[in-house]
Design a protein around this ligand. Structure first.
Ligand SMILES: Cc1cc2nc3c(=O)[nH]c(=O)nc-3n(C[C@H](O)[C@H](O)[C@H](O)COP(=O)(O)OP(=O)(O)OC[C@H]3O[C@@H](n4cnc5c(N)ncnc54)[C@H](O)[C@@H]3O)c2cc1C
Length: 389
């Protein structure tokens, strides 16, 4: 029921053709290699180049920086198809540009875009976003990393943590406080820090899931970066960060219902071929109900997400409604994924506890999607404030 082979309100023939190319790319280049990449704790650089050549990195960006200049449903196609591999770490690391690069493309100078956005979109460089600090991630306005002006440079000092692609990134989009006198949201800027900047050190972090993704703790010890590396207007970084988070949350919603669908498909196939008490377990009413409950939650999360994106593209909602619905979609989709991972492991029985099934991996990985990019609690706070509740 989830396949949409015909063009419809959201997907044109071009989207469908792009989807077919990506599906065979994922089947051929990604799915067979996940176990090896999880052992290595990172993706190979060659994957970024192959993905860049196909337009995987470019779906979000305009043609002048090497993107495909499509609408947001091209990004939906990318996120859904990459997630079909059932490994969140692949989606996270291959997609770290989708949180690291949009502020640069929207607000950066032409020179910065040529130097960093173009190679990232081509798959020649890896970008990452560094906002979260050891002192806390939810309260972005409280961030402490300082950038102090010294002639034509900023000198950056501070720490960032849980940074996706942090070990491999060639360039970081870093949220810093450029005006130490301003507390809270004021005085925050985004600045680009090349990965080879003296004084920048990285430590890998061990995790319960996303094993194919490298996650790092970063220390900036008096890192000198040209003033021209500031993205957009100085002191306006908080607003840019919030818009960036909003798009990240839509992406997480897409990844979540897509991963939920992987669980549903695996559980359905298992239930149809696993026999107990004289027949396939799919004929037991309780198992059938579980599968229907899974399908319903996936359908609801996907339909909500498509509707939000379509209405945003067609400028039909005020910003507060868009932000509130996006926050609700992230919670709805990640909770659908949590439900589906749990039920799929249950339907698979002992096999669901074994390494090698997608449901086992997704069961371990679902938690991060209810935390990263804004926790469930923060999403509900945000939706409430945007709706005037
Ligand atoms: C694998 C992984 C990858 C990540 N990748 C990146 C990345 O690439 N870049 C980046 O910048 N960050 C990244 N993060 C960080 C992520 O965005 C943060 O973990 C997240 O925003 C939560 O921040 P925190 O962990 O500091 O929790 P905290 O902010 O300390 O929150 C702890 C708990 O308190 C709750 N809480 C906080 N405030 C409130 C409130 N007002 N009301 C109710 N409850 C509240 C939270 O919901 C949570 O349950 C990543 C995290 C993980 C785990």
């Amino acid at each position: 029921m989830f396949d949409r082979p015909q063009p419809d309100l959201y997907f044109s023939q071009d989207h469908l053709a792009f989807r077919a190319v990506l599906r065979s790319f994922v089947d051929r280049e990604i799915t067979p290699n996940i176990a090896a990449w999880e052992d290595a704790g990172r993706l190979p650089r060659s994957l970024y180049k192959k993905a860049g050549d196909l337009g995987v990195m470019g779906a979000l960006y305009p043609e002048e920086v090497g993107g495909i200049g499509g609408d947001m449903f091209f990004h939906v196609v990318v996120s859904e198809e990459i997630s079909r591999c059932g490994a969140g770490g692949v989606a996270a690391s291959l997609g770290s540009h989708s949180i690291g690069t949009p502020p640069l493309v929207k607000l950066g100078s032409d020179a910065l875009k040529q130097q960093y956005a173009v190679p990232v979109i081509a798959g020649d460089m890896i970008s990452a976003l560094a906002v979260t600090e050891p002192g806390g991630g939810s309260d972005v306005a409280a961030l402490r990393t300082r950038a102090v002006r010294d002639g034509d440079h900023y000198v950056i000092s501070g720490e960032k943590t849980f940074i996706t692609s942090g070990m491999q990134a060639d360039v970081f989009t870093v949220a810093v406080r450029t005006d130490p006198d301003q507390k809270g949201a004021g005085g925050i800027s985004f600045i680009l820090v090349p990965g080879d900047t003296p004084g920048l050190s990285r430590t890998p972090l061990a995790k319960m899931g996303w094993l194919a993704s490298d996650t790092a703790h970063l220390v900036f010890d008096q890192c000198r970066v040209p003033v021209d590396n500031v993205i957009g207007a100085e002191g306006e970084g908080f607003k840019a960060a919030m818009m960036n988070f909003n798009n990240e949350r839509l992406t997480i919603a897409i990844q979540a219902y897509s991963m939920a669908e992987v669980c549903y498909r695996e559980a359905l196939e298992w239930a149809q071929q696993r026999h107990a008490f004289g027949g396939p377990i799919s004929q037991q009413q309780v198992i059938r109900h579980k599968l229907v409950d899974m399908a319903a939650r996936i359908d609801a999360a996907r339909s909500l997400t498509y509707d939000i994106i379509w209405r945003y593209q067609n400028k039909m909602d005020p910003l507060n409604v868009h932000v509130a619905r996006t926050s609700m979609a992230k919670v709805t989709a990640t909770n659908a994924m949590k439900f589906c991972a749990d039920e799929a492991v249950q339907i698979l029985g002992g096999m669901g506890f074994m390494r090698g099934t997608a449901s086992e991996r997704i069961y371990r990985e679902v938690k991060v999607l209810t935390i990263g990019g804004g926790t469930d609690e923060v999403m509900k706070n945000l939706a409430a404030s945007q709706l005037g509740i």
